[in-house]
Design a protein around this ligand. Structure first.
Ligand code: XMP
Length: 310
């Protein structure tokens, strides 16, 4: 049986031993994994930790403000980096899912490496958990925050890596979050992938497409808040379909809604969501986002699908 209290005690000692009196930087996206990792290290090394929030332009509505505010409330020294333009530039012309992930990963680590250099920092903290490592090693996907296991030496980016949660699965991370007294919005937060909305725009990622999927995501999250499901989101397709807008036949965007139950993200079941909720989502998405003419619901479990589309 996992004991969160013991885990925290041992973790603090381990982190202190590894970091010594050196400075540490933590990439915090606001998700439960990276926030727990950041807070643990903050507890272990205090002022010697700088948390970094990289705004890559791919976050959900209001997310940047939420994360920066949360870190502030936790008294963690925080640095905000606006890298939106640079991230969109690396996606230009890339349509392959893994190529997009690699482009994200490379930009992410270079941005972090630059910040670490400016702050003269040797270690970076990551919220990598066991499922990330297992699935990447198995070849299911190359999770952006798994480096050494796929043969990338993090020192090539200029730092060493500290991953205090790498032996835990998501439910255990949530227990640690509760043990640490983190707010509910963090401990119970819905998982959201590191490369964010870039995984939910099929094909090339552009600011315009991200704006469409961001709005659709907001609608899906608002309408499904009470379901208590593991992940609820929208995906923008790369192809178009016919529809009718303002009485005219048009070719417009297609959005798929995905709502799944899972405990550890390794397997998942599509939720049988009440039809009225799905209808309301479809009505809102096609009314509030002018370019969308069609809204689909994904009924596939994992396996054979994955949770994300890319
Ligand atoms: P899949 O799509 O592989 O996703 O069934 C399993 C879980 O991992 C999340 N996910 C990612 N998280 N970087 C991340 O930080 C990634 O590249 C990535 N790909 C998928 C996904 O949202 C789900 O919770």
């Amino acid at each position: 049986m996992f004991n969160a209290k013991e885990f925290v005690e041992n973790s603090l000692k381990d982190i202190q031993k590894i970091a010594g009196d050196r400075k540490v930087i933590s990439a915090c996206s606001g998700g439960v994994d990276s926030t727990v990792a950041t807070y643990l290290v903050h507890k272990a090394v205090g002022e010697r930790l700088v948390a970094v929030f990289i705004n890559d332009g791919l976050r959900r509505e209001g997310e940047a403000e939420f994360v920066v505010q949360t870190l502030k409330k936790l008294n963690i020294k925080t640095k905000y980096i606006d890298a939106k333009t640079e991230f969109f530039a690396v996606f230009k012309g890339k349509t392959d899912a893994e190529e997009k992930r690699k482009a994200f990963r490379d930009k992410f680590y270079k941005t972090l490496g630059k910040a670490a250099k400016e702050e003269q920092i040797e270690f970076i903290v990551q919220g990598t958990i066991k499922a990330d490592v297992i699935e990447t090693v198995k070849g299911i996907k190359s999770q952006h925050n798994v480096l050494e296991q796929i043969g990338i030496n993090p020192e090539s980016y200029g730092y060493k890596i500290l991953e205090p949660l790498q032996d835990l699965f998501k439910p255990e991370v949530r227990k640690v979050a509760r043990e640490l007294g983190l707010p509910k919005e963090i401990s119970e937060r819905m998982p959201f992938p590191g490369p964010a909305l870039s995984l939910r725009v099929l094909g090339e990622v552009t600011p315009e497409k991200i704006a469409v999927v961001r709005k659709a995501t907001e609608i899906v999250e608002e309408e499904t808040k009470k379901l208590g499901t593991f992940q609820n989101f929208a995906v923008l397709h790369n192809d178009k379909a016919t529809g009718i807008k303002k009485g005219e036949r048009v070719y417009g965007n297609i959005i798929t809604v995905r709502i799944v139950d899972s405990t550890d993200a390794v397997t998942a079941k599509a939720r049988k969501v009440p039809y009225e909720i799905l209808s309301r989502i479809s009505e809102r998405i096609t009314e509030e986002i002018p370019s969308v003419v069609r809204c689909l619901y994904d009924i596939t479990d994992k396996p054979p699908s994955t949770i994300e589309f890319e």
